[in-house]
Design a protein around this ligand. Sequence first.
Ligand code: SAH
Ligand code: SF4
Ligand code: F3S
Length: 448
Amino acid sequence: MTVPADTHAKAPPKSFHVKSFGCQMNVYDGERMAELMAAQGMAATTDANAADLVILNTCHIREKATEKVYSDIGRLRKNARLDGRAAPMIAVAGCVAQAEGAEIVERAKVDVVVGPQAYHNLPSLVADAAAGAPALDTDLARLSKFGRLPARRKVGPAAFLTVQEGCDKFCTYCVVPYTRGAEISRPFDALVDEACALVDAGAVEITLLGQNVNAWEDGERGLHDLIRALDRIPGLSRIRYTTSHPNDMREGLIRAHGDVESLMPFLHLPVQAGNDRVLKAMNRSHTADGYLRLLDRIRAVRPDIALSGDFIVGFPGETEAEFADTLRLVDAVGYAQAFSFKYSPRPGTPAADLTDHVAPEVMDDRLQRLQAALNRDQQAFNAATLGRTCTVLVERRGKLPGQMLGKSPWLQSVHLMTDAPIGALVEVELVQAGPNSLAGVKRVRAAA
Ligand code: SAH
Ligand code: SF4
Ligand code: F3S
């Protein structure tokens, strides 16, 4: 569909830059967009200010995330003006594109708007825009994009693979069911093929992605069957998956944590709040106690599992006593890491109509107290791993000469001095713990 606007024909772009905001699925989509544009013969640039085409792959989850898009567009145009260059062509992709559609063209006069399920059409949309017609495609036609994307190129040692998209849970605060559409799983065979292609392209670890990744299914198969199949791919040493919903954490998946060696001992399992009235108002369809009992079952098969979560403070009507339940739940779990956010009302969601807002200063105070508790637990988790020997997947160079950075099985950042290359799995002893990372030393086996 084309949207009438007062833009003019532009030279077709020769170079492009993709900037992704938001979740890991956007990072994955951004990589696939870059592969798509490169396959058209366009050159990727690392500098947004030097590109003819800038693709902003956006996030709509909180108001702040959405506002970033508009400030970025303003800055790109201003920098071009200051440098005496023509303004770049701007394509808005991702969840803001899906949610706002033509509004973005109105408000920011961008050239292309393309939703998360339609970006395989980017080349033709860019061509339309170059011909002078701003182009919009926010079709939610499900999964058709995957069959129309070029093959995977070179990837880093830790790669993402989207296996499931969309969400049917409709938590009352959340835009994802509207921006990504209904839950849908990619077929088993396509995923095994893409995983093999990723390993051929350099991946040692694959993180399976989905808004509700543990709801993935193909016929009788559940996520654990997919994990067991990927476990058999030679060269694939580590498997992770994110983000899971507590209600889709089935027995087979829990069991896989006990006996699939390549499945890393880490689980991101958001709970959002620790009070049942608030959980109900959020439409989370689980209780705080149900969540804790689920964690008990997972810890029974994998006692060292590192747990991670997401929290929202200041949901409308949340009282101090209700918030205290969240702190209690945090104390009971002992998270290895977690993300916490102030509630942000999102247009079109049921919670946006609630009027009993929590005052901003109360939200600030609760967020601070929650984060203090989460930081305390993260440090305690890191300290508890000191002295342990584990493998670290080397992902990139550190700041110091000879220093490399990687991840432990528990997803901790570890720095170490080593001549091992990127992509190597190094056996290290964890010897020092800071608030956000650990130091490892290469383990040298004593001569027999
Ligand atoms: N599908 C995942 C992730 C959803 S978005 C899940 O269900 O967990 C990531 C996180 O953003 C959510 O877990 C939630 O903590 C937060 N979030 C979503 N909507 C929000 C809102 N309106 N205000 C503040 N935080 C929000
Ligand atoms: Fe949003 Fe809830 Fe779906 Fe997660 S489960 S994406 S928070 S609606
Ligand atoms: Fe944001 Fe969309 Fe991901 S709203 S968190 S980019 S699914």
